[in-house]
Design a protein around this ligand. Structure first.
Ligand SMILES: Nc1nc2c(ncn2[C@@H]2O[C@H](COP(=O)(O)OP(=O)(O)OP(=O)(O)O)[C@@H](O)[C@H]2O)c(=O)[nH]1
Ligand SMILES: [K+]
Ligand SMILES: [Mg+2]
Length: 437
């Protein structure tokens, strides 16, 4: 989106497209009061829903609607905003949008344009905009929880606190530079400034530690099914997904490509991956499948390591990275200590397996949702940490150099909230937004 024009009033369907009981059309900009008078015949009291017939220029009724008015500045975008809650029919929406866009000064919004106006009015910082995007995309409880916290400004509040700590240290250094004689050793003000920086550093390192978790919650924990051919990997995949995602057959080497399915396990987003049975194969395609399976096992958050109960129990691995599972427990055979028995035929052991998976993944996480959720956040905080480490480790006593390192860190942190470099991030983010957000 290049140079958005902010003089027009933007119009969009803000609820999902398609037939529905109710659809919400939202407008924002300087012509909102005029639009309300023209099509609803009045400007309602702020934030109070009124039931009105909406009419076109010829006076024909478009639909009856709940109409809401949010005067500037107390609105989502900071501008005058109105909402029309109409019946969610394609014909009603087509007519209403056509009538609105025919009015002078009105046009359809571009994707993310409401949010962009909110950002530009200072209603949301960039991290909060990202939180809003994640909330709209959230599929599971964990994602909703994390996104909501970010949208409500958790990262923004932390950055503001870190920044003010650093600015205070810079002020101490400025005082030191102004008042000390040249050649002096580090005075008490420098000591105090360095202590302030060290305190912020501690918090930045803790936040960085939460990044892996934040990214996992956004993108899903990767859980990989692995084991020899015919161990029952695809059968378990289908049982956990509750549908026929993967082909199951008694022929060893049935699965070749990795097959992925997204699951919501007790609110936790999981990407479950079925893989080719691990064995040495002369078949080039199967061998490639096995190679891919090994790569997936290496980057998984958790490996479900399967063995059929009627197979030779040669080796068993259940390290911190994997759960040992013995399949086909409805058949006779030896069960090894530490193995979780399951049968997709009887359904035995499946609930216990789900509980075990959730427990394993939960153990990787902390109670608080992560502050950093995107690579952009990780980069900015890493840059700030690098600059501050340089400040406290090697610049003792050199007030000017210290102040410069702190300034670099402050700039990196400001990037998180969008005070600088904002256009690139916004363009990328809003291209993923739907119209009306
Ligand atoms: N009795 C019994 N048979 C099972 C069970 N789970 C899977 N099977 C059978 O075992 C055979 C192999 O199952 P798959 O799910 O295709 O095994 P896989 O590990 O995906 O095999 P590849 O993709 O070839 O590596 C099929 O005939 C399944 O019906 C089970 O719990 N009990
Ligand atoms: K098979
Ligand atoms: Mg398979």
């Amino acid at each position: 989106m290049s140079e958005p024009d902010t003089h027009s009033t933007i119009v969009a369907l803000s609820s999902g497209a398609g037939r529905a009981g109710v659809a919400v059309v939202r407008i924002s900009g300087p012509h909102v009061r005029f639009v309300l008078e023209t099509i609803a015949g009045l400007v309602p009291e702020p934030r109070q829903a009124v039931l009105r017939r909406l009419r076109d220029e010829a006076g024909d009724v478009i639909d009856s609607a709940l109409v809401l008015y949010f005067p500037s500045p107390a609105s989502f975008t900071g501008e005058d905003v109105a909402e029309f809650h109409v019946h969610g029919s394609r014909a009603v929406l087509a007519r209403l949008l056509a009538v609105l866009c025919a009015l002078p000064g009105l046009r359809l919004a571009e994707p993310g344009e409401f949010t962009r106006r909110a950002f530009e009015a200072g209603k949301l910082d960039l991290a909060a905009v990202e939180g809003l995007a994640d909330l709209i995309d959230s599929d599971t409880e964990w994602q909703r929880h994390q996104a909501l916290r970010q949208m409500e400004g958790a990262l923004g509040a932390s950055v503001t606190r870190w920044r003010s700590g650093l600015v205070e240290s810079m002020a101490l250094l400025a005082a030191e530079i102004d008042f000390s004689d040249e050649g002096d050793v580090a005075g008490p003000l420098v000591e105090q400034a360095v202590a302030g920086v060290a305190a912020v550093l501690l918090e930045l390192r803790a936040a960085l530690g939460s990044f892996a978790m934040g990214e996992r919650v956004r993108e899903g924990f990767v859980v990989v099914l692995a084991g020899p051919p015919n161990a029952g990997k695809s059968s378990l995949m289908n049982a956990l997904a509750r549908r026929d995602v993967a082909i199951v057959s008694p022929i060893a080497g049935t699965t070749r490509d990795a097959i992925e399915v997204q699951l919501d396990l007790a609110g936790m987003p999981v990407l479950l991956v079925d893989t080719a049975g691990l064995r040495d194969s002369a078949d080039a395609i199967e061998a490639e499948g096995v190679r891919r399976a090994r790569t997936l096992v290496a980057r998984a958050d958790l490996v479900l390591s399967l063995r059929a109960i009627d197979s030779e129990p040669d080796r068993i691995h259940h390290d911190g990275h994997s759960l040992a599972i013995v399949t086909k427990a409805d058949l006779p055979g030896p069960q090894l200590p530490g193995e979780l028995p399951i049968s997709v035929i009887s359904g035995d052991g499946l609930d216990a397996l789900l509980t075990a998976i959730v427990a394993r993944l939960s153990a990787m996480t902390q109670a608080e949702p992560a502050l950093l959720t995107r690579e952009r956040h990780r980069l900015a905080v890493t840059q700030a940490i690098t600059a501050l480490e340089r400040a406290v480790e090697s610049r003792h006593g050199q007030a000017e150099l210290l102040a410069e390192d702190i300034r670099v860190a402050v700039l990196a942190l400001e990037r998180l909230l969008g005070r600088i470099d904002v256009e690139d991030v916004l363009d990328q983010l809003f291209s993923g937004f739907c119209i009306g957000k």
